[in-house]
Design a protein around this ligand. Structure first.
Ligand SMILES: [Zn+2]
Length: 151
């Protein structure tokens, strides 16, 4: 980090502290050349994920959409908000952890479905029928098949 005053390339960090619940680091710095004091903020830069949709268009990945879909899926369920939130967090982490780019809406759907299938076969069916947008009875039948093979 160059000194903003004299452009000298070496500054000394004189203090470091966390703020915003530890998601931001503030460093006090002093220029070794002219003594100018300034601060830098360091925070995590989460790049927007781009999702390639089935129709070929692209959109920004919005974790919120998955959350509302999950809430709809569990609407008539006893599952608590907290467990839905945790499930959502796990799904979003898995999606962000994907190395394949671009992400496709199908990959995302499959990740969600995989999580649901593990915890709740009925929710899996409900979610699948909406999210995966089953086009034919055959699609639905094969999903049901996949479940019964696992149980
Ligand atoms: Zn300086």
């Amino acid at each position: 980090m160059r000194c903003p005053e004299c452009r000298h390339p070496h500054t000394k960090v004189t203090a470091t502290r966390l703020q915003d619940e530890g998601t931001v680091v503030r460093r006090r710095r002093r220029c070794l050349h002219c003594g100018y004091r300034f601060s830098t903020l360091e925070n995590c830069c989460v790049a927007d994920l781009v999702v390639l949709k089935r129709d070929g268009s692209r959109e920004t990945f919005e974790p919120q959409k998955i959350l509302s879909a999950l809430k709809k899926t569990f609407k008539k369920d006893v599952r608590s908000d907290e467990s839905i939130r945790q499930l959502h967090q796990r799904i979003v982490q898995t999606i962000r952890g994907q190395e394949k780019r671009p992400l496709t809406s199908q990959m995302i759907g499959d990740i969600v479905l995989e999580e649901l299938r593990r915890i709740d076969p009925m929710a899996y069916i409900r979610f699948a029928s909406v999210y995966k947008n089953f086009q034919t009875p055959h699609d639905f039948a094969s999903a049901a098949q996949a479940i019964s093979e696992e149980s």
